[in-house]
Design a protein around this ligand. Structure first.
Ligand SMILES: Cc1cc2nc3c(=O)[nH]c(=O)nc-3n(C[C@H](O)[C@H](O)[C@H](O)COP(=O)(O)OP(=O)(O)OC[C@H]3O[C@@H](n4cnc5c(N)ncnc54)[C@H](O)[C@@H]3O)c2cc1C
Length: 385
């Protein structure tokens, strides 16, 4: 993009200790932990749209432990000890949200009733049973369920069985992000797309159409959009679309949020009684890659069919909202924090792989560890790539 002389003179040069690009949960969390580390820091979050206008404002609000795979697959991939550490890292995310915002949890739709993973066939049920047994060996609390219990507690049918992760939670992701930003108490620049950044002798220069920022350090917190700011991320994060629909509200009758079909599909009844359903990106693998956030008819139909096939109690409700959002999937399904090679002033975090609400608050804290030269677990370090 190019700008005229007149356009670039509208704003001014702004000086900060740290500029963070991206006003989603990862950018705001990084700002929060930086400010906590050193209250004297002058910090700006620069955002292309409004607060939480990316995936953070478009997700399902599950605050779940683990990653994109069932725990048994995590164990097969990484070995039991590392799988447990990965699990613990996300558990710690939830603990941090609860401890830092203990007085505010009732203002952000926070509920900690656990989450379910439901199996629609015997193969997945066997994986869930293996998952439950492995989790018990690490003293992670988990409950196994049969189809009658699923019907009674979730109003969901046509599932062979499932397990319940007892410590998981749910939240309004926009309210959580607003809270983090408010508590961080830093400068927020909405509707300011960063076009480019460049190192100078004194720091990093960051250009938006309206303003030029001069900063000691720069943090890139744009997750799926990281490759648009630096080609370093081209082979590290992949933009992947996720879709959701929401029905009109009805009486509360679902115990807690649920995943189905190997964590690909999910549903929950919001505290307001609305039913939210998302997933089915597996139906259109090619078109679900990239930055278009249009919904597709095929996936929206599959989401509506899911209600008919699995949630008949909700089948009479009108659909009142449909949307899509762009997730950033990493190469190995785990997040990464680090700094650009040969460039100690530019830091980043990303690769949340559909789990940023369950990971990003902790990841922001880990990025602050990287910035201050402290070690981070190797499974989140960008040095592993
Ligand atoms: C449909 C869907 C359902 C999901 N469900 C869940 C769930 O239930 N639980 C869960 O844990 N996770 C879920 N996720 C994933 C979760 O939303 C993300 O992992 C998380 O929001 C990532 O946060 P972020 O701040 O890193 O990225 P984003 O929220 O995408 O924020 C990046 C921000 O950077 C801004 N930006 C980009 N480029 C620029 C630029 N050049 N200049 C300035 N700003 C820029 C964008 O506008 C955006 O606001 C879901 C995602 C989707 C799409």
């Amino acid at each position: 993009m190019s700008y005229s002389f007149w356009q670039t003179k509208r704003g001014s040069q702004k000086k900060y200790d740290v500029c963070i690009v991206g006003g989603g949960i990862s950018g705001c969390s990084t700002a929060y932990w930086l400010k906590k580390e050193d209250p004297s820091l002058k910090i700006a979050v620069i955002e292309k749209g409004d607060l939480a206008s990316g995936a953070t404002g478009r997700n399902a609000g599950f605050v779940t432990s683990g990653s994109v795979e069932h725990f048994n697959r995590l164990v097969h991939l990484h070995g039991a000890q590392k799988a447990y550490e990965i699990w613990n890292y996300s558990e710690e995310n939830l603990k941090l949200i609860k401890s830092e915002f203990s007085q505010d949890l009732n203002t952000i739709g926070f509920r900690q009733n656990g989450t379910f993973s439901l199996a629609s066939d015997q193969q997945e049920m066997e994986e869930l049973e293996e998952t439950a047994s492995l989790m018990r060996s690490f003293n992670i609390p988990v409950e196994e369920l049969y189809s009658e219990q699923i019907k009674a507690r979730l109003q969901a049918i046509n599932f062979v069985g499932g397990i319940k992760y007892l410590t998981d939670a749910e939240v309004n992701p926009v309210q959580l992000t607003e809270l983090i930003l408010t508590k961080a108490n830093i400068d927020f620049y909405p509707f300011s797309e960063v076009d480019s950044f460049e190192e100078s002798s004194s720091g990093v220069q960051i250009k938006t159409q309206k303003n030029m920022f001069e900063s000691e350090l720069l943090v890139l917190a744009t997750n799926a959009y990281l490759p648009l700011l630096s080609n370093y991320f081209d082979d590290k994060v992949f933009a992947t679309k996720g879709q959701i629909l929401v029905t009109e509200p009805t009486e509360m009758c679902m115990e807690a949020p649920c995943y189905a079909h190997f964590v690909l599909d999910y549903f929950r009844q919001l505290p307001t009684g609305h039913l939210l359903i998302g997933g089915f990106r597996q139906l259109e693998k090619e078109t679900q890659v990239g930055y278009s956030d249009h919904t597709s008819e095929k996936i929206q139909l599959a989401l509506a069919d899911f209600i008919q096939n699995h949630l008949p109690k909700f089948s009479h409700l009108s659909i009142i909202n449909r949307w899509a959002g762009i997730m950033g999937f990493s190469k190995d399904g785990q997040i990464f924090v680090g700094s650009l090679p040969g460039n100690s002033r530019v830091f980043f975090l990303g690769g949340f792989t559909a789990h940023g609400i369950g990971l990003a608050f902790h990841a922001g804290k880990s990025l602050v560890d990287v910035i201050y030269g402290r070690p981070v677990p190797d499974f989140i370090s960008a040095k592993r790539f």
